[in-house]
Design a protein around this ligand. Structure first.
Ligand SMILES: Cc1cc2nc3c(=O)[nH]c(=O)nc-3n(C[C@H](O)[C@H](O)[C@H](O)COP(=O)(O)OP(=O)(O)OC[C@H]3O[C@@H](n4cnc5c(N)ncnc54)[C@H](O)[C@@H]3O)c2cc1C
Length: 463
């Protein structure tokens, strides 16, 4: 598809008068702010940025873009922006103003507009003793996260967020509004549950919520010098815990900034973070083998589900960041040794965080009627990254993240985890092969011109 890379004044006027939202174009006040992603390292330069106010705005913008021969890049927060292809021929369609959420406590469901962040769902759901399958950061977008799978603190008990989606409102690449669920548009319904956003623009998701009566969660902080001991112990411990425990082992170098509380500011740690879906007594007994290692700081306590958003200490303000991840079939002791050698106390590294999340449990069991990621056939997932305030710093962090991936290559699963692959890669690199093949066919039906730009592109199957 050959696309133009600017809009005429008449076209901009027509778009502005047809939608309730705002349009920003290069050279005008507000464009630079509007094009910014959460990840400040990313320099997005689309033909125009549209802030949609509603599903109707989304549909009109999509129809407009198609009439102009332009592509469309839907975006909520821009947490997933590092993997996007260049936007020079595209309209960046921001859903950030569409943050409506409705909780139905009796049906245990949430209706979530496309621009909502996880905190918008977790807080009102928690008021009813319910939890969604949120990610670790409160300001990550529900839609991007869920379309890419979604591994959060309840994942080993309840699986991927994508497989708890019960319906999606979608604007198709030709601008039509459809509902996709078990009875309507089955291909689209399958595709958006883990296959990313390549088949249309999602305007809302409906999802199952889970009762969370008791939760015991927290982190054990050890001096970074104890990384090898702590991560080996955590790795062995993961083989003993029930599905109600989701945890990660981590090496964390905290920056010396005021946002980090004083006892932790500017220091480096080996950590175990975990959430147990159950009572505090059982939770304490479960973590006892790690607690008896004698952490410097122990934050475990009984907490409400909405407080899980603070456990991982993700930055909630936009930051310049580079990182990458890998699905790991297994993490034997040799993998921990490799990780500690590259990122532990003796390493000269710009990587601020290196974490390995324990998968398995419900994530490993195929969901009947599930979506493009029906299960995850890997026992762990690694993510590493660091702050990248300059292009040079970004190069350094990227190279070091790649070195960590390379050092773990012997244990890589056949494909990466969609949401943690932050370098440009096709969807074939982040999905099971059979899912990618089906997605190619769906793309050929719904978007043969590749009008929709997604975090990991899907090429339409040749007919
Ligand atoms: C600090 C941080 C913490 C994270 N924690 C977790 C975690 O715990 N678990 C996990 O699984 N992942 C996690 N991630 C990864 C995260 O899930 C992905 O980056 C995800 O893409 C973010 O979604 P978003 O909507 O916020 O980002 P965006 O950049 O806005 O969207 C990412 C992509 O999703 C698609 N998309 C977004 N909105 C729409 C729409 N309305 N219609 C169609 N497609 C759309 C597009 O392809 C877009 O490029 C984390 C990332 C960060 C930076």
């Amino acid at each position: 598809m050959t696309t133009p890379n600017s809009l005429s004044c008449d076209a901009i006027y027509a778009l502005r008068t047809s939608i309730a939202g705002d349009v920003f174009v290069p050279g005008e006040h507000g464009y630079d702010h509007a094009r910014q992603a959460w990840n400040l390292f990313v320099d997005q330069r689309p033909v125009a940025v549209v802030f949609a106010e509603s599903a109707a705005d989304v549909a009109r913008t999509v129809k407009f873009a198609r009439a102009q021969g332009m592509r469309i890049a839907p975006q909520g927060t821009g947490h997933g922006s590092p993997s996007l292809e260049p936007l020079e021929d595209a309209i960046l369609l921001k859903t950030a103003r569409m943050r409506g959420v409705e909780i139905d406590p009796a049906a245990r469901t949430a209706y979530v507009e496309a621009g909502a962040q996880w905190q918008d769902v977790a807080v009102p759901a928690g008021e009813h003793g319910l939890a969604a399958l949120a990610g670790t950061a409160p300001d990550v977008g529900v839609t991007g996260y869920t379309l890419g799978g979604g591994i959060g603190w309840l994942a080993r008990r309840h699986g991927l967020a994508a497989n708890s989606v019960t319906a999606a409102a979608i604007v198709t690449p030709d601008g039509h509004r459809v509902r996709a669920d078990a009875d309507h548009e089955p291909d689209l319904f399958w595709a958006v549950r883990g296959g990313g956003g390549s088949v249309g623009v999602v305007t809302a998701l409906e999802m199952t919520l889970y009762p969370v009566r008791q939760l015991y969660a927290g982190a054990l902080f050890f001096p970074i010098q104890r990384s090898a001991q702590v991560l080996h112990a955590w790795r062995e411990w993961t083989g003993t815990v029930p599905d109600e425990v989701t945890s990660l082992g981590r090496i964390l170098r905290l920056p010396p900034v005021p946002e980090v509380p004083e006892p932790l500011r500017g220091r480096a740690f080996a950590l175990v973070e975990a959430a147990y879906l159950g009572d505090a007594g059982t939770g304490a007994a479960l973590i006892q083998p790690l607690r008896q290692l004698g952490p410097e700081l122990d934050t475990f306590s009984a907490i409400p589900a909405a407080a899980l958003a603070q456990l991982h200490m993700d930055p909630v303000q936009p930051v310049p960041f580079q990182g990458d991840g890998a699905l790991l079939a297994d993490v034997p002791a040799a993998a921990i040794d490799a990780l500690v050698a590259l990122t532990g106390p003796d390493a000269d590294t710009s990587l601020a965080s290196i974490e390995i999340r324990h998968l398995g449990g419900a994530l490993a069991r195929p969901v009947p009627g599930g979506g493009a990621q029906p299960e995850i056939d890997a026992n762990y997932v690694m993510f590493t990254g660091g702050f990248a305030p300059t292009p040079e710093a970004g190069d350094t962090v990227r190279a070091q993240a790649q070195a960590v991936k390379d050092a773990l290559a012997a244990w890589h699963a056949p494909y990466d985890y969609y949401n943690f692959a932050e370098t440009p890669a096709g969807a074939d690199a982040v999905l099971p092969p059979a899912s990618y093949r089906r997605l190619e066919k769906i793309k050929a039906t719904y978007d043969p011109d590749q009008a929709i730009i997604s975090a990991h592109p899907v090429r339409p199957a040749r007919r």
